[in-house]
Design a protein around this ligand. Structure first.
Ligand SMILES: *[C@@H]1O[C@H](CO)[C@@H](O)[C@H](O)[C@H]1NC(C)=O
Ligand SMILES: *[C@@H]1O[C@H](CO)[C@@H](O)[C@H](O)[C@H]1NC(C)=O
Length: 329
């Protein structure tokens, strides 16, 4: 009896020592990461989609970071956080097309902070795509790998093309990194796009399925991009080609509302911040708010309201950057 008691006490002692050891080791390694590594980020920090046998659900949400240095701005991280909060049961993928290359310490610091914040969300997945593989065998392969070298707007052109390519491969919703989502988009049908007016589309946020008419639309847009690309035209990879394709399928008559299971919604509910202004967040009922807004419309808006809105929809990122959130590049 006494012996077994002693053994037990020894065992407990051993366990405690072990726990303490592990705890101190963790503490030490955390400090080591923060202090000595000086916001070091491995250039290939993100898992490649090839290595995870990427097979996303059809209702997933996508952002694309196409900065040539692989950096995600704080405002982009805010957009990702807002979409993830509005869709806790969906996966939000952020696909990076470039490795993170060495840059100045300030940028590295911002990136390190934003990554720590958004990696805490279980439904946000940061992944790396290699364009040669991602575009392999598609109509935009040669464009992405060769012609974009002459682009005056390489970051934007790449983002536009890869966005449509992602929807073509996997289907889902694609959101530009300057669109802040306020409430769930789940009530929207599988195939939808926004119109700025009865002629122009507003391409910042859209949904297309990976089969049926959705696949037809994204395939046709990719082909149109490959056929008409011009290195010095900013809109040639987004608004212009999308309009051509959607108008071909759903011709403009009096009202341009969609056809054949494609829905064309007015952008009022998605782009301007005005319709969110009267609401006092965070108490306001979200059912009455717009779906989203474009960050450009916020910078010109009233300061205090802007802060309230950002603090409500991307609080983790807002907490770190506050007023600087919109000015940091
Ligand atoms: C492209 O696909 C072909 C055929 O499946 C394959 O042999 C080749 O390695 C792929 N290239 C890249 C860059 O993945
Ligand atoms: C998609 O395109 C194919 C080939 O052009 C056509 O046969 C098919 O009917 C289209 N699907 C839909 C849903 O319109």
């Amino acid at each position: 009896m006494i012996k077994s008691l002693k053994t037990r006490r020894n065992l407990i002692h051993l366990c405690c020592t072990l726990c303490l050891f592990i705890f101190l080791k963790e503490l030490y390694s955390l400090q080591e990461l923060d202090i000595s590594n000086d916001y070091y980020i491995d250039e290939d920090i993100f898992t490649h989609i090839r290595d995870v046998k990427f097979s996303p659900k059809a209702n997933s949400i996508y952002f694309h970071v196409t900065s040539l240095q692989g950096y995600m701005k704080p405002s982009a991280a805010c957009a990702v956080e807002a979409a993830a909060r509005a869709h806790p049961r969906k996966e939000v993928y952020v696909l990076f097309t470039s490795p993170i290359t060495d840059s100045d310490i300030v940028t590295r610091r911002y990136m390190s902070i934003t990554l720590k914040k958004i990696q805490r969300f279980r439904n946000i997945k940061l992944l790396r795509v290699h364009l040669p593989e991602y575009s392999n065998g598609t109509v935009v392969e040669s464009l992405l790998l060769n012609n974009l070298k002459n682009s005056i707007f390489p970051e934007q052109h790449t983002a536009d093309i890869v966005k449509i390519l992602t929807l073509n491969k996997y289907g889902g919703v694609a959101i530009d990194t300057n669109m802040i989502v306020l409430k769930t988009l789940s009530s929207l049908p599988p195939n939808w796009i926004l119109k700025e007016n009865e002629i122009y589309v507003a391409p910042g946020i859209m949904g297309f399925a990976k089969n049926g008419i959705g696949l037809n639309v994204t395939s046709a847009i990719l082909k149109e991009i490959a056929d008409t690309y011009k290195p010095n035209n900013l809109d040639i990879t987004n608004r212009i080609v999308i309009e051509k394709v959607v108008q071909r399928i759903c011709p403009i008559r009096i009202r341009w509302d969609g056809c054949k299971d494609i829905f064309i919604y007015p952008s009022d509910e998605f782009y301007p911040i005005d319709n969110v202004f009267g609401m006092s967040f965070p108490k306001a009922p979200l059912s009455q708010s717009a779906f989203s807004f474009h960050l450009d419309t916020l910078t010109s808006a009233v300061h205090m309201v802007s802060q309230d809105i950002l603090n409500t929809f991307c609080p983790s990122i807002y907490l770190e950057f506050q007023d600087n959130l919109l000015v940091l590049d």
